[in-house]
Design a protein around this ligand. Structure first.
Ligand SMILES: [Zn+2]
Length: 279
């Protein structure tokens, strides 16, 4: 059983299992990796969590994937060529985000601190919760919540379901909250697992609801919950949409949307980028 679970599947097998896009319900033509390959050091991504997706949901979210990967990997040493690569992708696909990041960080004083286990050095801090970062992270967070629902419930979230995602940078979660998420997951392949770069704690009834708290590298944390049973939907609809939270030392925002709204979010995100490029 275990071998079967960790074996990588061909595109044909994945599209056979997901003939319809797990995000929007259109016919699947591509394989979507969630988390994306660029989230991992040297793009070395273990198997698991590959899904059938339409071209629009997959390619349209490439900018959101680049932004999330950059934010997750910002504090990691020894991967500067990869960071340069992500910056170049953002220059091309998410110029408004790059502008917000540069403005936020260049306005701050450099202070001596340690990133991970390395030497003290001048570091700059910025609050990355501007409108362009939020637009991209909303798309990424919602896609992650829907992908995890597909992974844990073994079917896509219904179009009238709801997904909620809250993302934090460089910030953990209350332990009592984690008690509600007793199970643990990551990507696995043979003897290897990716828990040093990506792991999540979760809870699910395997039928209608999947909740998780996921860590991406050392910089990005996402709480997500997706459900399509009426009473769960009602409960999730009461979860707050957070534009920014100035009480938090690090950036925290949250989005809540229905699967049918994801494509319009992607379109809006792409339109903002086009106007940022035109300036
Ligand atoms: Zn789609």
């Amino acid at each position: 059983m275990r071998l079967r679970k960790t074996k990588s599947r061909s595109k044909k097998e994945i599209l056979k299992e997901d003939p319809f896009c797990i995000y929007c319900g259109e016919r699947s033509t591509t394989v979507d990796h969630m988390p994306p390959k660029k989230m991992f050091i040297r793009k070395w991504r273990l198997s698991g969590m590959e899904f059938g997706s339409c071209f629009r949901c997959n390619e349209g979210a490439a900018a959101a994937d680049a932004v999330a990967s950059f934010l997750a990997r910002m504090g990691i040493h020894g991967g500067s060529e990869a960071i340069d690569d992500l910056i170049n992708t953002m220059k091309a696909k998410a110029p408004a985000v790059l502008k917000e990041i540069v403005q936020s960080i260049s306005g701050s004083q450099a202070i001596f601190g340690r990133a991970n286990e390395y030497l003290y050095q001048p570091l700059r801090y910025g609050r990355l919760d501007g409108s362009a970062v939020r637009a991209h992270m909303s798309v990424f967070g919602a896609r992650f919540g829907m992908a995890l629902f597909r992974q844990l419930v073994r079917r896509p979230l219904c179009r009238d379901g709801v997904v909620y995602a809250r993302w934090n940078l460089n910030c953990g979660i209350l332990e009592e909250f984690l008690n509600g998420l007793p199970l643990a997951g990551t990507l696995e392949q043979g003897k290897h697992d990716a828990s040093d770069q990506f792991e999540y704690q979760y809870n699910t009834d395997r039928k209608y609801i999947a909740a998780s708290f996921a860590r991406f590298q050392r910089g990005l944390y996402i709480f997500s919950i997706a459900a399509d049973k009426p009473e769960y939907i009602e409960a999730i609809k009461r979860y707050p949409v957070i534009e920014t939270d100035s009480n938090m030392p690090s950036a925290r925002t949250a989005v809540r949307l229905q699967p049918s709204e994801l494509c319009s979010r992607i379109d809006r995100m792409l339109a903002d980028q086009a106007s940022a490029r035109a300036i």
